[in-house]
Design a protein around this ligand. Structure first.
Ligand SMILES: NC(=O)c1ccc[n+]([C@@H]2O[C@H](COP(=O)([O-])OP(=O)(O)OC[C@H]3O[C@@H](n4cnc5c(N)ncnc54)[C@H](O)[C@@H]3O)[C@@H](O)[C@H]2O)c1
Length: 325
């Protein structure tokens, strides 16, 4: 079996390539319907955590995977990662495990790829500034993904932890050569952005939806759980909402479920799923003024697609460690 570390995966995966295979996965979903069982969540309340078991199968590319992700927001205080993860890719013909790899990097890349594909359909063409609220691991890749499909001159960032905002700003300046400013508040960043990335571990809305300018595209991928949300009702109500899957969002996203429970919107407020955009069954942005919202809680088939690509590239480039188990 092949073991692939996060640093191996960094050498193997390019965002553009991941976008391509993830788009193919959503086209398969559009044509053939979902083949993957819903993920199973085991809550561990005594440690304020939960562990997600995410199986997925893509018939066309023969990608069969199981990702295991811990969600432990309190880890941040212990200096540990908040979403540790591994992924196992299995040969669908024999059931034999082919590779075990770091799941966190796959998650970051596939989540960013999905966001980028959605932004291609939903964001305005002319973008001056990208706002980032929550400057953690996902945010960095979300930004890199969006930059694949839209150029920008400036980035505004805000995190409740000041040192995180500053570290993020330095990294973006150095690695991407963009102008970056640390915002005074989440509202400050939200009000200045043409595209707004929201990728926090917050269970409470992080900005006031009234500050969003017309024409903004919001990409929200943080806080996964029905009992919390990073977006307020105003943001959701003002937006044309596209989700990764209705099944996932309607069971795990408080961002959408809480406004529904409040009676502020109905399920019909969700415009469509990503598969409808990639298969051109639904239009994305239709005017310069509308506010669009991409809400994602994650989909196993995107993991399967990215993991299969990583495995193929690892074999081509002879990267990784082979072990007998
Ligand atoms: N949709 C998906 O597919 C998907 C995939 C991976 C992770 N996630 C979710 O995305 C979120 C971020 O993940 P991560 O790995 O980047 O975590 P992380 O811990 O690295 O980063 C989260 C950041 O949010 C910041 N934050 C918390 N509350 C805030 C607030 N009120 N205002 C501003 N910033 C705030 C934290 O300080 C932290 O820097 C998590 O909730 C995770 O569950 C979703």
């Amino acid at each position: 079996m092949l073991l692939l570390s996060a640093s191996d995966l960094k050498r193997l995966l390019l965002m553009r390539d991941v976008m391509k295979v993830v788009e193919e996965a959503f086209l398969e979903l559009a044509d053939a319907g979902p083949k993957s069982p819903k993920r199973t969540i085991v809550e561990i309340p005594e440690y304020n955590g939960s562990v997600l078991f995410m199986p997925a199968y893509l018939q066309r590319s023969k990608s069969l995977s199981l990702k295991v992700v811990g969600v432990y927001p309190g880890n941040i205080k212990r200096g540990l990662e908040t979403t540790p993860s591994i992924l196992c890719l299995i040969d669908p013909e024999t059931g034999i495990p082919l590779t075990v790899m770091d799941g966190k990097y796959i998650t970051a890349m596939r989540t960013a790829a999905m966001t980028a594909i959605a932004a291609e359909h939903l964001a305005r063409r002319n973008v001056e500034s990208i706002g980032v609220i929550g400057a953690g691991v996902q945010a960095e890749y979300q930004l890199k993904g969006i930059l694949e499909v839209r150029g920008a001159k400036r980035v505004y960032v805000y995190d409740v932890l000041v040192e995180r905002s500053q570290r993020f700003a330095e990294k973006v300046r150095e690695e991407l050569g963009l102008m970056v400013q640390v915002g005074e508040s989440a509202n400050d960043v939200a009000s200045k952005a043409d595209i707004l990335i929201v990728a926090t571990t917050s269970k409470q809305p992080v900005f006031d939806g009234r500050v969003l300018a017309k024409g903004v595209h919001v990409a929200s991928i943080g806080w996964v759980g029905a009992d919390g949300r990073e977006l307020d009702t105003t943001t959701v109500k003002r937006s044309k909402v596209v989700v990764d899957t209705k099944e996932g969002v309607l069971s795990e996203s408080g961002d959408i479920l809480i406004p529904i429970r409040e009676g502020a919107i109905t399920v019909d407020h969700i415009w469509c799923e990503l598969k409808d955009l990639v298969s051109n069954r639904k239009k994305g942005r239709e005017s310069e003024e509308e506010i669009t919202l991409w809400k994602s809680v994650g989909v196993g088939v995107a993991d399967a697609a990215a993991a299969k690509l990583a495995y193929q590239k690892a074999q081509e480039k002879q990267i990784g460690l082979w072990v007998e188990i």
